[in-house]
Design a protein around this ligand. Structure first.
Ligand code: AMP
Ligand code: FE
Ligand code: FE
Ligand code: ZN
Length: 282
């Protein structure tokens, strides 16, 4: 039975608590899932309890925000790393606090033209959540400025918008090394998602592979078909694992849990390589 290896809870920018995400995976008939909140492992314990209760396998994970030297946003999935690893934690904390002040600055800019306050954004996020543009989008939706998150992302929240502010994030090659050093398995998330913005060129792939990248997320709704074919060739050439996942965000995105999945045999390879934390089995 297949796994969904990329899901978000309200520990980051999903709309449901970790337990609800796990229950949704059970209802979709999955054998297991990975919880991969942005820059946070705060949902692991709750997801683990629910996985045991629901009879699912849980692979604790995280999606590390990275920025290339050319300013392109890269997301790196990490599976089974040690959540207490100091070097990785320090980078994550730096990115999280930068996200926080960056969101405040974006709200300051937006407040010049729209009815939005920082309190609104806090109301639309759980305490200690990894704050992102989706939480700002939710506040804008509540004020009737935009219809939904997607509308916000294609208008006033795009990186080309005058309200956009960037945030600190580690270099993708450094992030691959940090994840490996923490016993994790690094997998490049939605690597050719051109509709989200600029994507990285083949040189950065090579550098990340050189650093020990373990896999690429091929089956993801944001990867166009042509890019997927290219990724499969790259994976074959370099012996990378190929994953498929939904990038579920609850009601925050149209992505349905289990809409893309990863077969058992690939999951087994990831579990074998991850040494930083235990897989949760029912
Ligand atoms: P940020 O990390 O703050 O720059 O915001 C990017 C996050 O917003 C991504 O991790 C996605 O989960 C989310 N996102 C991107 N595009 C959309 C969209 N069209 N609708 C909803 N959420 C989105
Ligand atoms: Fe997200
Ligand atoms: Fe992502
Ligand atoms: Zn994601």
């Amino acid at each position: 039975m297949p796994f969904d290896l990329h899901t978000h809870s309200n520990v980051s920018d999903g709309t449901e608590p970790p337990q609800t995400v796990v229950r949704a995976a059970a209802m979709a008939g999955l054998a297991g899932l990975a919880l991969t909140d942005h820059d946070s492992t705060a949902g692991w314990a709750r997801a683990a309890d629910q996985a045991v209760a629901s009879g699912l396998v849980l692979i604790p994970g995280m999606e590390v925000s990275c920025v290339s030297s050319t300013g392109i946003s890269v997301h790196l999935l990490s599976y089974l790393h040690d959540p207490h690893d100091e070097a990785l934690r320090a980078e994550i904390e730096r990115a999280r606090s930068s996200r926080f002040s960056r969101a405040q600055r974006m709200v300051e800019r937006l407040a010049e033209d729209y009815p939005i306050t920082w309190d609104d954004v806090l109301r639309h996020s759980t305490p200690d959540a990894t704050i992102g543009r989706p939480h700002i989008a939710d506040a804008l939706v509540a004020h009737g400025v935009v219809r939904d998150r997607s509308a916000a992302f294609t208008s006033i929240l795009t990186p080309r918008s005058r309200y956009y502010v960037g945030h600190y994030a580690p270099d993708p090659v450094d992030a691959v090394r940090l994840v490996l050093a923490a016993g994790g398995v690094p997998v490049f998330a939605h690597p050719v998602a051109s509709m989200r913005g600029r994507v990285v060129g083949p040189e950065l792939f090579e550098e990340m592979i050189e650093a020990g990248l373990a896999g690429v997320e091929v089956d993801h709704r944001d990867n166009p078909d042509e890019g997927r074919r290219w990724l499969r060739l790259l994976a074959r050439r370099h012996g990378l694992v190929v994953t498929g996942s939904s990038d579920y965000h609850g009601a925050g995105k149209p992505n349905r849990i289990g809409e893309h999945t990863t077969p058992d045999a690939v999951v087994a390879q990831i579990i074998e390589r991850g040494t930083g934390t235990e897989v949760i089995r029912p």
